[in-house]
Write a protein that binds this ligand. Structure first.
Ligand code: BES
Ligand code: MN
Ligand code: ZN
Length: 493
C-alpha cells in the first residue's frame, strides 16, 4: 500500500474514493464539497439516510462521475482516542469493501492531531487489507483487495508534514500487526517452533535498506541444556517438535545504548500436557504463540520505521504435548536462575518457558524488559477481551505503558503484584510451585515471573484476552504490537 499526504485542492486529487468523516453538521471542506455537488451530501442528511453518528458509513456515488464514490463516515460523539480509532476502523473497513483502487482520506472532522490521526488511518487501512491465505483452498476463494494507494488530505502544509510522519509510522505498525496475525492464524502443524525460528531468521535477512543492524540467532535444545534451562526444556520434553530459543537483535542506536528486551511466549500448541485441556475449543490453543508473534511483528515494524533504539526480541518457542517423555505433575525442575520449581500443573507452561527466557534477558544488560504472553484464562475473567492485563515492578514503566495503550488504542490495565499473592506460590518440595490455586490466576502467574526479574525494570502483558477473537470472526488481532511500538517510539524520542 502506498500512503501519501497532500494539502492540494480536495477535488483535484485523482482518486476513485473519498472518505469524508463528518457529523450531521457539515464543516469546512465537507461543506465545500457538498456545494460543488449541488447539495448531494446535505440532502442525504436531511432525508435521514445518513445521521452522522459515530462509525456510521454510507457509500454514495458522485453524480455524473462514473465509478467515483464518497464514503460518508459518521463522527458524532467520538471524542476519546478509543472512539476515534473505532470510527477510523469503520471507515477503513467500509473502504476495503468497495472495489476502490485509489482513495483520499479527508483528515478533518475527527482529531486535531494530524500526525496521530494519519498514523491510525494508515494502520487501519493496512490491517483492513489483511487476508489470510495459506492453504490452496482459501487462496482460490479469497478475492484479492484492489486498493493500492491512499492520499491523506490535510487542511494545511503544516498538518501535511505531520501527517506524512504519521502515515509511515502507522503503515509500519499495521504491517507488523499483519505479520503477527499471519503467524497466529497459521495452524500448529505448519507453525511449529522451527517454523517460527525460520521466520525470525528470514526477517533478519530481509532487504538491506537498513541503517539499523538486524540479526537472529537460534539456540537449540542442546545449547539450552548447557545453559541449565531446565524449566523451559521441561515443557518441550513432551513433544516430538524440538524447542528453540530465538534471539533477535535490532540495533538502531549506538552499540552502547542499553536495549529494551521483549520476551514473547510462543507455545505453538498448548494441549496442557499431562494436565490435558478439555477438548472443546482446544483448536484456539494454536494462538498460544501470539506473544512471540507480536515480538516478530514489532521487529518487522522496527525494520520498516528504523527507530533509533536498540531492541532485543527473545522468543522461547515450544510445543506443549503429552508424549511418553512429558513432564508429570509433581516433577521438580531447576531453572537457569538456580531456583527449583515444583510443576503442579503442566498446563501452567507459559511461565515455565518465560522464566528461563527472562533470566537469559539479563545478559543483555537491559534498560527495560517487557514480556508478552497469552498466559492465563483468568485474565479474560478479570478484564474480558477489551484490555491486556499489565503487571510491573516499576511505577514509571507502568505509567508509560498505560499512556501508550491509550494513544494506540491497544490498552493495558494494571493489576497488583503484592506479596500476599506471591505467598500462594509456596511449595513443600521446591523453591516455588508453578501454580497458585484457583484465585487471582493472572496475578499469581505474574508473581511467579517476578521472582525471575528482580535485577531490572520489568513489565508483563497478559494478552490471553486480546491477541485473538473467537467465534465467527475467529482470527488473530495483531495486538499488542501497537502498544509496544508506541512505547518504543516514545522512548526513542
Ligand atoms: N495458554 C493458556 C492460557 C489461556 C487459556 C489463554 C485460555 C487463552 C485462553 C495457559 O498456558 C494456561 O493453560 N493457563 C492455565 C493456568 C492454570 C493451569 C493455572 C489457565 O489459565 O487455565
Ligand atoms: Mn497451558
Ligand atoms: Zn499456554
Amino acid at each position: 500500500m502506498n500512503f501519501t499526504a497532500s494539502s492540494a485542492q480536495l477535488l483535484n486529487i485523482k482518486a476513485d474514493s473519498l472518505i469524508l468523516p463528518t457529523g450531521p453538521q457539515l464543516k469546512d471542506s465537507a461543506e465545500a464539497l457538498d456545494k460543488s455537488l449541488d447539495g448531494a451530501i446535505s440532502s442525504l442528511i436531511k432525508a435521514g439516510d445518513f445521521t452522522g453518528k459515530s462509525s456510521e458509513t454510507l457509500v454514495m456515488h458522485i453524480p455524473g462521475a462514473s465509478g467515483k464514490r464518497i464514503i460518508l463516515l459518521g463522527t458524532e460523539g467520538a471524542t476519546t482516542t478509543q472512539q476515534q480509532i473505532k470510527v477510523i476502523d469503520a471507515g477503513a473497513t467500509a473502504l476495503l469493501k468497495t472495489p476502490s483502487v485509489k482513495a483520499v482520506w479527508v483528515g478533518e472532522g475527527l482529531s486535531d492531531d494530524a500526525e496521530w490521526q494519519a498514523g491510525i488511518v494508515a494502520r487501519s487501512i493496512q490491517t483492513a487489507s489483511y487476508q489470510y491465505a495459506h492453504v490452496p483452498k482459501s487462496i482460490k476463494k479469497s478475492k484479492p483487495k484492489k486498493l493500492t494507494s491512499v492520499t491523506y488530505w490535510a487542511a494545511s502544509k503544516a498538518e501535511m508534514t505531520a501527517a506524512k510522519k504519521g502515515l509511515s509510522y502507522g503503515a509500519a505498525v499495521g504491517n507488523g500487526m499483519n505479520a503477527a496475525r499471519q503467524l497466529g492464524n497459521l495452524p500448529a502443524n505448519i507453525c511449529t517452533p522451527s517454523f517460527i525460528a525460520a521466520e525470525a531468521k528470514a526477517l533478519a535477512k530481509g532487504p538491506a535498506k537498513n541503517r539499523a543492524k538486524v540479526s537472529t540467532t537460534v539456540l537449540s535444545e542442546a545449547q539450552m541444556r548447557k545453559l541449565n534451562m531446565g524449566s523451559l526444556l521441561s515443557v518441550s520434553a513432551g513433544s516430538d517438535e524440538p524447542g528453540h530459543l530465538i534471539v533477535m537483535k535490532y540495533q538502531g542506536a549506538k552499540a552502547s545504548a542499553k536495549p529494551v528486551v521483549l520476551v514473547g511466549k510462543a507455545v505453538t500448541f498448548d494441549t496442557g500436557g499431562i494436565s490435558l485441556k478439555p477438548g472443546s475449543g482446544m483448536d484456539e490453543m494454536k494462538y498460544d504463540m501470539c506473544g512471540g508473534a507480536s515480538v516478530i511483528g514489532v521487529m518487522n515494524a522496527l525494520i520498516e520505521t528504523q527507530l533509533p533504539i536498540n531492541v532485543v526480541g527473545i522468543i522461547p518457542a515450544v510445543e506443549n504435548m503429552p508424549n511418553g517423555n512429558a513432564t508429570k505433575p509433581g516433577d521438580v525442575v531447576t531453572s537457569m536462575s538456580g531456583q527449583t520449581i515444583e510443576i503442579l500443573n503442566t498446563d501452567a507452561e507459559g511461565r515455565l518457558i518465560l522464566c528461563d527466557a527472562l533470566t537469559y534477558a539479563g545478559r543483555f544488560k537491559p534498560d527495560t524488559v517487557i514480556d508478552i504472553a497469552t498466559l492465563t484464562g483468568a485474565v479474560i475473567g478479570a478484564l474480558g477481551k477489551v484490555t491486556a492485563g499489565m503487571l510491573s515492578n516499576d511505577d514509571e514503566l507502568a505509567e508509560q505503558l498505560l499512556s501508550s495503550g491509550t494513544r494506540s488504542g491497544d490498552r493495558a490495565w494494571r493489576m497488583p503484584l503484592w506479596e500476599e499473592y506471591d505467598e500462594l506460590l509456596k511449595s513443600n518440595f521446591a523453591d516455588i510451585a508453578n501454580i497458585g490455586g484457583p484465585q487471582a490466576g493472572t496475578i499469581t502467574a505474574a508473581c511467579f515471573l517476578a521472582r525471575f526479574t528482580k535485577t531490572y525494570k520489568w513489565a508483563h502483558l497478559d494478552v490471553a484476552g486480546t491477541a485473538w477473537v473467537s467465534g465467527a470472526a475467529k482470527g488473530a488481532t495483531g495486538r499488542p504490537v501497537p502498544i509496544l511500538m508506541d512505547y518504543l517510539r516514545s522512548k526513542a524520542g
